[in-house]
Design a protein around this ligand. Structure first.
Ligand code: MRU
Length: 373
């Protein structure tokens, strides 16, 4: 996507052909800064500290983390250590393990001398595939937005825009380009369908207020940031036509794990008869799991993300302030699970399917043997 006149991906190889560049997302929307990753430790820290975030981008960064490790030492032991270090960075997004498994399997299968070049090639391939996958999610999902417009207008298209509610950031910043939940919105907007987006601020780290608003503004898409608790009210008053979110891990039964608060939006959507869709690439499906509530590990992060908030002063100076009384206990659960029964459909690169084992397997029949019963 473009920032100003320049086209960016969220991660790319440096001019030196070995270091890796990422956009520092902890500084957005106030400062745009490119961060150079020069080592496995840099890549692991970038994921853990959320310089990069969003399930597909976490996977892509991990792949480049393996390449940075192979750049220094392509031995079996060094790659196994890199795998373990990167896997420990964040527990919930399955794209991390997906990318690491792929890298480890392919790298260990070739002689040591070939591994460095192969690692960079595979990481680049993962990135390119992610872009194509997200574009395809966008095409399939935009049909749902067009349908919503038709429903709303009684067929004559006069009653736009389509109001889409989204949570967190599942746009191009969360992937290599285009996004998952936001890709259908970009595709619809680019096709001339009028769309307006309700952007949940997404406490505690405000990925909606900071990143989704930044992205949508950059693309000229009308949007309004709302507090996380506003969605139910808007839905009761007919101000939301459909919800689309991303997911960090989807089970073989269609349960979706996404940023904390997603479940409450799905409940409100269900109560108000509003379609609730989830956009995802194949790399976000954990075929081994069935029951997401019971089986998906939920990341708990530092309480300071809840007790404090970051922003800029009127003079544009970055600052952090405390919100809660000193010494107050805080809990920081980063994700929750929305059961499949609350999900209207899954928007994948292969099409839209019901959030169910049968629905997923109809699109991914090659996974029949891996899918949890
Ligand atoms: O904690 P984050 O910012 O990594 O969480 C990101 C999300 O919850 C996204 O919705 C999810 O990764 C899907 S990204 C396409």
């Amino acid at each position: 996507m473009k920032i100003g006149d320049t086209h960016y991906r969220t991660i790319w190889l440096g001019d030196d052909d070995w270091s890796v560049n990422v956009i520092d997302q902890t500084l957005l929307p106030h400062v745009f800064e490119v961060r150079r990753l020069e080592s496995l430790a840099d890549a692991a820290a970038a994921i853990a500290d959320m310089v990069v975030r969003g399930a597909p981008l976490i996977g892509a960064t991990a792949a480049y983390g393996m390449a940075l490790a192979a750049h220094v030492d392509p031995s079996d032991q060094a790659l196994e250590d890199a795998f373990a270090d990167l896997l420990a960075t964040r527990p919930t997004a399955i794209n991390l393990r997906w990318a690491l498994d792929l890298m480890r399997e392919r790298l260990l299968a070739v002689p040591v001398d070939y591994r460095r070049a192969l690692a960079y090639g595979l990481a680049a391939e993962i990135c390119d595939n992610d872009v194509a996958t997200c574009q395809s999610i966008g095409q399939h999902g935009s049909v749902l937005i067009a349908d919503a417009l038709a429903r709303k207008a009684g067929g004559n298209g006069a009653a736009g825009p389509v109001n889409v509610l989204t949570h967190c950031n599942a746009g191009w910043l969360a992937t290599v380009d285009w996004g998952t939940a936001l890709a259908p919105i970009y595709a619809a907007h680019d096709a001339g369908i009028p769309v307006h987006v309700w952007v949940d601020e997404t406490r505690p780290r405000n990925q909606g207020a900071a990143l989704t608003a930044y992205e949508l503004g950059g693309h000229g898409i009308p949007h309004t940031v709302i507090v996380d608790n506003a969605g139910g009210h808007l839905m009761q008053h007919g101000m939301v036509d459909l919800c689309i979110t991303g997911t960090d891990r989807t089970t073989a039964h269609g349960d979706v794990c996404n940023k904390i608060g997603t479940y409450l939006k799905a409940l409100a959507a269900h109560d108000n008869g509003i379609p609730f869709y989830v956009g995802l690439p194949h790399s976000t499906i954990d075929w081994r799991l069935g029951d997401g509530v019971a089986e998906i590990p939920i990341e708990q992060r530092d309480g300071e993300e809840v007790s404090h908030i970051r922003g800029v002063t009127g003079a544009g100076q970055g600052t952090t302030v405390r919100l809660v009384p000193q010494g107050t206990a805080v809990g920081n659960y980063a994700f929750d699970v929305t059961p499949a029964r609350l999900v209207t459909g899954l928007i994948t690169e292969r099409g839209v399917c019901p959030a169910s084992r049968a629905g997923l397997l109809a699109l991914y029949p090659e996974q029949a043997e891996n899918a949890a019963p």
